[in-house]
Design a protein around this ligand. Sequence first.
Ligand code: AMP
Length: 425
Amino acid sequence: MIKAIRGTRDLLPPDTALWNFVEKTVREVFGAYNFQEIRTPIFEATELFARGVGEETDIVSKEMFTWEDRGRAQSEKNQLLTLRPENTAGVVRAYIEHNLQQRGLNKLYYIGPQFRRERPQKGRYRQFYQIGAEVIGPASAGSESPARDAEVLELLATLLDRLGIRDWSLRLNSVGCANDRAAYNEALRKALEPVVSEMCEDCQRRAVTNPLRVFDCKVPEDQPIIEKLPRISQFLDEGCRKHFEQVQAILKSVGVPFTLDDRLVRGLDYYTRTAFEFTHGALGAQNAILGGGRYDGLSESLGGPSAPGIGFAIGEDRLVLALQESAEAVLRTPDVYIAPLGAGMDREAARLARELRHHDLVVELGDENFRLKKSFETASKVGVRYVLIVGENEVKSGSYALKNLETGEQVSVPRAELAGKIQAK
Ligand code: AMP
């Protein structure tokens, strides 16, 4: 038997109804904040992620699905391509390529699969789905303002509430800007020097190449050492500190609760200033449902114009996992099962089904070859409340037998009143 590759999976009904519910709600909420959808390719040049996300990040150094694509003509060079491990780099590439700066402030969102070669476990897949948004544009359009950060965070709080996700918490940090980072990296290097030989191999490498990445370390023995390292919060310059204070002030004013966490540096290199994560109690170890932050230098590092921005990515798989308990509420079971009774009745039943579906009813249609007993059994499996019998007598009289499976009551209803009666419940 050929099975789905480990780390990938099929999404089956009834779960898909939950995915659709999430995506519908997300589109509505994004719409209310005037975000518009962008769709970028699923694979891009490897270099985009190496430069955008950062060579030293776990994602780029060990998790990308990369292959060498043969040039079509002999003169063409082979090109390294990668399945996108995240979508911000692709959006910023598109921003540069299509000169979106001319539009001023861009508020874009995406929904789609991402790919990382991670060790599969609950809540962690090799093909997973992200819902994300980016606010990006020239600084003159207000893209740098702390008001944008706060608006994005408030949007997320609204979205989680609307989805019915309770007990989320927001952790917030500022990772500073290039200036702060240079001084901070220096301090980190110094602090790491005497202790790094006691740390894991990854940390020993990070200490040399990109010391900030030490904070990504999950090795339990390293944690006491990491706890004692200097924090970025002590190195923020005046501008970054004020920016961060302003974000917090707006959040307080709109009533979005948060906690400060100066260990939060996020796993991607492009972040500057505001960085954040929303976690959810029910998800255990993989409890981050979404993360994001500001990336004021990303466009330039990809060869584009200055374009400050802020964005986030929600792990849709984890969001759905968190929602699973309330799955019942969003499932729409059919309203009525139509049971054609006897030869020639499939035709009549199909006409009636078409009529009722025009009234926005969900109709399951049976088969004239089924005996009535089998029709009823099928109907209760489907979970409908009503069974509508279409036999020769009904067609002749224009009045149909409608049985309520919950109460057992059966009534005869004129054709014109059927939709109303079924809808009334
Ligand atoms: P990141 O792009 O790493 O900032 O991740 C943003 C969100 O995507 C995380 O908070 C997770 O919810 C989700 N996520 C990241 N990696 C995976 C994965 N391998 N499987 C499922 N969800 C993931």
